[in-house]
Design a binder for this molecule. Structure first.
Ligand code: ZN
Length: 475
């Protein structure tokens, strides 16, 4: 068994140990919160990005890439935005030995880099909608404890920015983004809940923000992304205006959709177990590992058979690793389980003889696959594995929520709390104090395990206009 901390009792310690033992990230770089993507971690990241690219491009969005540096003059144009990011930005103030005339911000997010250019691109209603995204590194000076993938200072960031004709079409884009994320989450086998953040916790400069939250044990949640409606809050200061068919001029309404490497952290945190990481097959750096079990007499036949299996799977588009290292097979099983590979094929002389490999998936299901129909049988095993991984995650997801009927029940919560809320900021803050965390906001869909509508606000007792809300301890 892996020598890992207990996941239930010490989630964060367990998480950090898995990230390190599975060699997903190297935190020994000389700047806190700026970690090195290892070869194995980079493979996972690339697979994750492929899912994001596939799903966002299916909704008519195109890739662009803007510079990392933003002039201070542009950064300062939207007041709420700068207030929200002021304490978190890195500044570039020198070029060589000379002080710069206009200091530069290292992008914490790219609104203020993109929107002056959007103002040049958008002239007519024919230029709309403008849907573009980029996957780049962004930088935030985190003062809290940094953790690989979950809280870092150099963030691997996916950000879509759009300009729409009007508020209603921008709302349509928000819905389209939420639907795209639903398809992304299927590839990650991750259940989540979209939650409309309260006014005091929305994105700096947004009209409203919908966050994507994942419960990760006890009352803790992880925000893995967000979709924002900006109305014309940015298009007015940045001058993003278009001429309508009738010659009138209007400001575009804008949206953004942001995701980050936190997704990878969520995959590790949600799926992993006492033996290490568990990757869904679409994200797994290697989907299949082949472990030969050599007996001295038949080495040549075994080498030929395992070469053939690896080559065929690779040709079929399966990410496969043939582990011919010197270690004993047991040590290899242990290591690849720690690294979260979905499917292991064990091949010894007996398997070569029978032309069937023993197949063990990362959840412990043991079967065999015939050499003859290797490609389809491996594909079936991976699909069954993903199915079971999602089923287990959904079971835990449903058990992560509990309705609270008294404010006193929020203290020392062992679950994310579902409660009635009147919508007032005062009651919201009372809820946050009681749970020692945050009022996540109002879920976009009815939360798991509740029926009907709530009767009263948990704090003030009001009975009108009460909605279900979620309270938790975000990490
Ligand atoms: Zn209230």
């Amino acid at each position: 068994m892996a020598d890992l901390p207990d996941k239930r009792a010490a989630l964060i310690d367990w998480y950090l140990a898995v990230v390190e033992a599975a060699d997903l990230s190297d935190k020994r770089y000389g700047i806190k919160g700026m970690n090195v993507w290892t070869r194995y971690g980079f493979r996972a990241r690339r697979n994750l990005d492929e899912v994001l690219i596939r799903e966002i491009e299916a909704t008519a969005s195109e890739a662009v890439e803007f510079p990392a540096l933003i002039p201070a003059t542009e950064f300062a144009k939207e007041k709420e935005h700068i207030k929200g990011f002021d304490a978190q930005v890195y500044w570039v103030t020198k070029g060589g030995l000379a002080d710069l005339d206009v200091p530069l911000v290292l992008r914490p997010t790219s609104e203020t880099a993109m929107y002056p250019i959007f103002a040049l691109w958008v002239r007519s209603h024919k230029d709309l909608p403008l849907n573009v995204y980029q996957i780049v590194n962004t930088f935030r000076y985190e003062t809290k404890t940094t953790r690989p993938f979950l809280r870092v200072r150099e963030i691997h960031f996916f950000e879509e920015h759009t300009c729409q004709l009007d508020e209603e079409r921008a709302s349509d884009r928000v819905r389209s983004n939420l639907a795209a994320f639903r398809r992304m989450a299927e590839a990650f086998c991750l259940p989540y809940v979209p939650v409309r953040r309260p006014e005091w916790d929305k994105f700096a400069g947004a009209y409203f923000s919908i966050a994507l939250d994942i419960p990760i044990g006890q009352a803790r949640t992880l925000q893995i992304g967000s979709v924002h409606h900006y109305r014309d809050n940015f298009s007015i200061p940045y001058g993003i205006r278009y001429e309508a068919a009738d010659g009138s001029r209007s400001h575009a309404h804008q949206t953004t959709f942001g995701l980050s490497e936190r997704l990878l952290g969520a995959i590790v945190a949600v799926h992993g177990d006492e033996r290490g990481a568990i990757f869904p097959s679409q994200i797994a750096p290697y989907q299949v590992v082949i472990v030969p079990i050599p007996k001295p007499a038949d080495r040549a036949a075994l080498d030929a058979a395992t070469d053939e299996l690896a080559a065929r799977l690779s040709r079929a588009g399966v990410r496969v690793f043939l582990d011919r290292g010197e270690e004993r097979p047991g040590a290899k099983y242990y290591r690849w389980e720690l690294k979260g590979v979905p499917l292991r094929l064990e091949v010894g002389p007996r398997e070569v003889e029978a032309r069937r490999a023993t197949a063990v998936d990362r959840l412990g299901t043991k079967t065999s696959v015939g050499f003859e129909h290797l490609e389809t049988e491996v594909s079936d095993r991976l699909a069954a594995f993903d199915h079971e991984l999602l089923r287990r995650a959904e079971e835990r997801f449903r058990a992560s929520f509990l309705v609270a009927t008294e404010l006193g029940q929020l203290k020392d919560s062992a679950q994310v709390r579902i409660l009635g809320w009147c919508g007032s900021e005062e009651c919201g803050h009372a809820i946050e104090a009681a749970i020692d965390g945050a009022l996540l906001g109002v879920p976009e869909e009815r939360p798991p395990s509740v029926e009907g509508t709530p009767e009263r606000c948990l704090v003030c007792g009001k009975t009108e206009g009460i909605r279900w809300a979620l309270a938790a301890q975000p990490i």
